[in-house]
Design a protein around this ligand. Structure first.
Ligand code: PMP
Length: 360
């Protein structure tokens, strides 16, 4: 029996994709090999890679002036890879801190430059909003401005892209890539680990505007230098081949769902169901301002925290798994990625209502 898996990542996958991968496990399309056994330089894998790239480009409307790179390193790796590729001769990069992940990006960048916090959304209740552009204090000549457009731990999502002029915007999309349409042209660099909305951990997707390729520091490891990776079509070293194959299957699945507009409509509906249940109860609390509430990661607390364990045990018994929040925050978190079916949210909401009523 498959459970409803609310994990923040690695996370639930479309069942259709898992079944297709299982069918093709021993013999990919008559090749007599599993994808994981293929040379990354062979024609078979090349076709898998090129199709995945083309499908992602199409889904996100990535213009030709941007390159899509498939790398190793995850989101945390990107925190170092971005400054090493983008600082050029500048000394400073700006960071908008909206939660734990953007703070991590800021802290790592300090190894390479003067990292400047342009705005910090932390309040007495933690991170609950995205500071508006009017409150940002940008430095004089930053190499780039870094954002995390969906804070996985804090449940804060940035819906509007700020207009910052010519300074490249860099965004960590790890936990909401492909959850809705985004205007790629507003950004210099977008990156995301694959293990939430795309597939297998170990693959990082980077979308980079090509005119930013000449800014790498000499200390940047060759395996992470965007220009070299692009020149080698993401095969500078052996890429995470199986993860790219699975990502490709997920891109096809997203297209079959109707693309990002249709996916967004479903995500809006799913998130509304859960936030409505939280807001209409006296037991569950989410403190994030309404306009900044993440559609992908919904953290919530029980007003009576002594009931946390029994909440989680009750949820587990109904096949609702991985609802415990990140250890740094406490409480609960339900991640509602693309592949989590609406039925899963219905089941969660029903359980939450039953659990609350039992107390009354
Ligand atoms: N950024 C965000 C927004 C994340 O959610 C995560 C992982 N939860 C990371 C970065 C770090 O990713 P990784 O573990 O792949 O390095």
């Amino acid at each position: 029996m498959r459970v409803f898996n609310f994990s923040a990542g690695p996370a639930t996958m479309p069942e259709e994709v898992l079944r297709r991968a299982a069918d093709e496990m021993l013999d990919w399309q008559g090749s007599g090999m599993s994808v994981m056994e293929m040379s990354h330089r062979g024609a078979e894998f090349e076709s898998i890679h090129d199709e995945a790239l083309a499908d992602l480009r199409d889904l996100m409307h990535v213009p030709r002036s941007y390159r899509i790179l498939f790398l190793h390193g995850g989101g945390i790796g990107a925190n170092a890879i971005v400054p090493m590729n983008l600082l050029g001769d500048k000394q400073t990069a700006d960071f908008v801190v909206t939660g734990s992940w953007s703070h991590k990006s800021f802290a790592e960048a300090q190894k390479y430059c003067t990292a400047h916090v342009a705005a910090n959304g932390k309040t007495g209740h933690g991170f609950t909003h995205v500071p508006p552009l009017s409150e940002w204090h940008l430095s004089n000549d930053p190499a780039y401005i870094h954002l995390c457009t969906n804070e996985t731990i804090d449940g804060v999502e940035m819906f509007a892209t700020p207009d910052v002029g010519d300074t490249p915007l860099v965004a960590d999309l790890s936990s909401h890539i492909l959850s809705r349409p985004m205007d790629v042209t507003r950004y210099g660099v977008l990156y995301a680990g694959a293990q939430k909305n795309i597939g297998i951990a170990g693959l990082t997707i980077m979308i980079v505007r090509e005119d930013l390729f000449d800014r790498a520091l000499s200390i940047c490891p060759s395996a992470f230098e965007w220009k070299a990776i692009a020149a080698n079509n993401s095969m500078y070293n052996t890429p995470p081949t199986y993860a790219i194959y699975i990502a490709g299957l997920v891109f096809k699945w997203v297209r079959k769902q109707g693309g990002l507009d249709a996916i967004e409509r479903r995500n809006v509906e799913k998130a509304k169901l859960l936030y409505d249940a939280i807001d209409s109860s006296s037991l569950y609390i989410n403190r994030v301002e309404r306009q900044s509430r993440s559609r992908m990661n919904v953290p919530f607390f029980l007003a009576d925290e002594s009931r946390n364990e029994s909440f989680l045990a009750g949820a587990n018994a109904r096949g609702l798994l991985q609802l415990k929040d990140h250890k740094s925050v406490g409480g609960m978190r339900a991640s509602l990625y693309n592949a989590l079916p609406r039925k899963g949210v219905d089941a969660l909401v029903e359980f939450m209502r039953d659990f609350e009523q039992k107390r009354a």
